[in-house]
Design a protein around this ligand. Sequence first.
Ligand SMILES: Nc1ncnc2c1ncn2[C@@H]1O[C@H](COP(=O)(O)OP(=O)(O)OP(=O)(O)O)[C@@H](O)[C@H]1O
Length: 123
Amino acid sequence: MNAKKNNGFRAAFGNAFLGFDYAFRTERNLKIHFTVAVLVITAGALLKVSALEWAILMLTIGAVFVTEMINTAIEYTVDLASPEKHDLARKAKDVSAGAVLIIAASSVIIGLIIFLPKLIALF
Ligand SMILES: Nc1ncnc2c1ncn2[C@@H]1O[C@H](COP(=O)(O)OP(=O)(O)OP(=O)(O)O)[C@@H](O)[C@H]1O
C-alpha cells in the first residue's frame, strides 16, 4: 500500500519534472525568464538585498515561471481542443498571454522598487 503510494508520488514528481524540462526546452520565453532570473539573483547578491527583499524576488521569479508554464499548458490544450481557428480559442490564448504580461509588468515594477534606490546610492 505504502510502496504503491510512493510509486505514485514518484511518478507524479517525475511527470512534473518532465513537464518543466519539456517547457524549458521548447519555450523561448522560459529561457528568457531564466536568464533574467539569473541576472536578478546576481544583482541581489552584489547589491546585498535584505532577507525580505530576497523573499519578494524569489516569489516574483516563481510567479513569472508558473504563469508562463500555465500559459504554455493552456496553449497546448487549446491547440488540442481547437486546431482550427475559433474565436474562443483566440480568447483563451489572448487572456492567458495577458496574464503573463501582467506578472511581467509587476515584476519589472518590483525590480525597480528594490534595485533602483540601491543603484542610485552607488553614485
Ligand atoms: N486556434 C486559434 N483560433 C483563433 N486564434 C488563435 C488560435 N491559435 C492562436 N490564435 C491567435 O494567435 C495568437 C498566437 O497564438 P500562438 O499559439 O502562436 O501563441 P504563441 O505566439 O506561440 O504564444 P507564446 O509566444 O506565448 O508561446 C493567440 O494569442 C491568438 O490570438
